[in-house]
Design a protein. Structure first.
Length: 128
């Protein structure tokens, strides 16, 4: 499958310890590459226009252009690109994920939010 093209620039990039690479392009599309050694990009369908992506050890969080928050389910060594998107509550303007999977974000007012209940067995957590 075709990856990011010369007509769209990479505007966000994220990687994790599994060497997976996730990018958001200037046309708000999301792409995944298994590692730096694998040259093929996989287009990841996203529910809307992707604006931001961040990855942890077993989690991928992304924001759409309206600030809605999404979590990628079933991310692991056997399926590093995950299975599907699960929408979370709230709206954020930025998101970051720690290596342990803790999602942290800010809203437009600059208030910081931490996702509670995140663990290796419950990577989506329980809410803010």
């Amino acid at each position: 499958m075709k990856g990011p093209s010369s007509s769209s620039n990479i505007i966000k990039i994220a990687t994790n310890h599994m060497k997976s690479i996730w990018v958001v392009t200037s046309d708000n599309k999301l792409y995944f590459r298994k590692s730096h050694a694998v040259m093929e990009w996989k287009h990841i369908k996203f529910p809307g226009s992707c604006a931001n992506v961040s990855v942890g050890s077993k989690s991928v969080w992304a924001l759409d252009s309206e600030g809605s928050v999404y979590f990628r389910t079933n991310v692991d060594v056997h399926c590093p690109s995950g299975k599907e998107w699960k929408k979370s509550e709230g709206r954020l303007s930025q998101i970051s994920v720690s290596p342990s999977g803790q999602a942290i974000g800010t809203n437009k007012a600059g208030k910081i939010f931490f996702r509670s209940g995140v663990s290796s067995t419950e990577p989506f957590g329980r809410g803010t």
